[in-house]
Design a protein around this ligand. Structure first.
Ligand code: NDP
Length: 248
């Protein structure tokens, strides 16, 4: 990925941070995004300790105007964004029956609508260069469901549709739009589940690979989808889930 610049949303910790390290090790220049400037600066410091010097763009992915401004300013001042990794996401756990409307809308705004804002803002520039890679972080919930995560299930299903819609319109511009669908990966987002012994035992039993996923399990797919090796791949979702979604 030498010579390529990757913008990773929600990169202050977890999967976003880990994929930033992975793409950097494959040669990419990194732009970290987060909505809190202190946490973002700390993440850039942690990356520096790993020998990676990253730029930062602080904005809330739910704010369309902030997204557009940050990307346009970067493109004119610093140069092209070749790879967009649409990773920022949140969870809210509540029964669908009682799900708070504002929480439902927030999960949809962060986990689905924001990917459209980011995609639209970068594609304008990628289209002119006839080259670009957009990688959306989906989930096994893109094709499955589970109790108490109804908004997340709805939003991640939308990510599958959006990925196909982006591919349908933007492949003609030389832009590859694909998604990664991780299974259960141990991060801050899944900490309550990781710490729940009953859930964790159930998960390990349900997963042919017999373990939780780790962030490093996703790095190879992110590099592949960022590189010319995936130039003829459009609108696909790569599930990386230890085999969970192919078994009953
Ligand atoms: P974490 O909670 O560990 O990290 C989420 C990141 O998103 C943080 O950096 C957070 O930054 C950022 N973020 C949240 N809201 C916003 C916002 N409005 N604007 C900008 N940044 C934001 O989550 P994970 O690393 O586990 O998850 C990352 C992605 O992977 C999500 O899309 C998630 O749905 C997906 N995923 C995760 C799985 C898992 O098992 N962990 C499985 C399948 C998919 P900050 O709060 O500092 O602003």
């Amino acid at each position: 990925l030498t010579g390529q610049t990757a913008l990773i949303t929600g990169a202050t910790r977890g999967i976003g941070f880990g994929l930033a390290v992975g793409l950097a090790q494959a040669g990419a220049k990194i732009i970290l995004n987060g909505r809190n400037s202190d946490r973002l600066a700390e993440a850039a410091d942690r990356l520096r300790l790993q020998g990676v010097s990253a730029q930062t763009l602080c904005f809330d992915v739910r704010n369309q105007q902030a997204v557009e401004k940050a990307i346009n300013n970067f493109e004119s001042a610093d140069g092209p964004i070749d790879i967009l990794l649409n990773n920022a996401g949140i969870q809210h756990r509540q029964s669908l029956e009682d799900f708070a409307v504002d929480k439902f809308q927030d999960v949809m705004a962060t986990n689905a609508t924001a990917l459209f804002y980011l995609g639209q803002a970068v594609m304008i520039h990628m289209k002119q260069r006839r080259h670009g890679k957009i990688i959306n972080i989906a989930s096994i919930m893109t094709k499955m469901a589970r109790h108490h995560v109804g908004a997340y299930v709805t939003a991640k299903a939308a990510v599958g549709g959006l990925t196909r819609a982006m591919a349908a319109e933007w492949a003609a511009y030389g832009i590859n739009c694909n998604a990664i669908g991780p299974g259960y990966i141990s991060t801050e987002l899944t900490q309550p589940l990781f710490e729940d012994r009953t859930f964790s035992d159930w998960l390990i039993d349900q997963t042919p690979a017999g373990r939780w996923g780790q962030i490093d399990d996703l790095v190879g797919a992110a590099i592949y989808l960022s590189s010319s090796a995936s130039d003829f791949m459009h609108g696909q979702i790569l599930y990386i889930d230890g085999g969970m979604t192919v078994t009953v």
